[in-house]
Design a protein around this ligand. Sequence first.
Ligand SMILES: Nc1ncnc2c1ncn2[C@@H]1O[C@H](COP(=O)(O)OP(=O)(O)OP(=O)(O)O)[C@@H](O)[C@H]1O
Length: 231
Amino acid sequence: MGKKYRRGWALRETSLVIPANRVVALVGPNGAGKSTLMGLITGLLRPTTGDLTVFGDRPTGKGLHPAVSYLAQQKPLYPQLTVAETLTYGARTNPTWDQGYAEHLIGQAAVPVNAKIGTLSGGQRTRVALALALGKRPRLLLLDEPLADLDPLARETVLRALITEARAQGITVLLSSHVLAELEGVCDHLVLLHKGRILLAGDVDRLGSGGVPLGQLALDHMRAAAQGEAA
Ligand SMILES: Nc1ncnc2c1ncn2[C@@H]1O[C@H](COP(=O)(O)OP(=O)(O)OP(=O)(O)O)[C@@H](O)[C@H]1O
């Protein structure tokens, strides 16, 4: 498939399968097309050419697929609501909502349930947003740089909690990040985009067979692509 905006192509002739039950790293320089790819999967965007299916269904553009949760850097939480009210909102808007599970995740993160969202730290807000995303019991979780506003320690804590949960529940995760080092040991599949094309895609074990870590592998390919253009 491809996606063209007024200014030009953001994704070109992209053919990709996101493998089930994996934690997939989506990496690439600024403007590579990562958010566009996520937008197509959520149905917020429509492909200009070609097609895609999510669990066998074409995205309708009328809201997310019931089996998909999406979390971006800007978390759509209401600052005036308490954490408990936020979960109630989740229950009201998601037919597959699991209240007990969402409460368990909030408890695990030690976020006070009666606190208003607006009074929470960035890390706590992210944990609430994650509980909202996971409480829907998705089969696919799309994370578009969800940790970008957190400090390194909070990033590590939240990422570990998230991945533990995803693996325990068999959720497929597509995670975009510019912090390559933190994807190490977390992601088992890599998709590297560059200027709207797939530069590299595959299992980390196979791609890094020379013992090259994921971050290094991605960086080497990004450098080579940039040098190829400059030449
Ligand atoms: N709504 C839009 N209208 C026009 N062009 C857009 C729009 N959204 C993205 N683009 C362009 O499409 C290309 C891909 O953008 P996209 O946001 O998908 O990249 P990205 O890999 O997520 O970048 P970043 O790492 O900076 O978040 C860029 O050239 C961008 O300028």
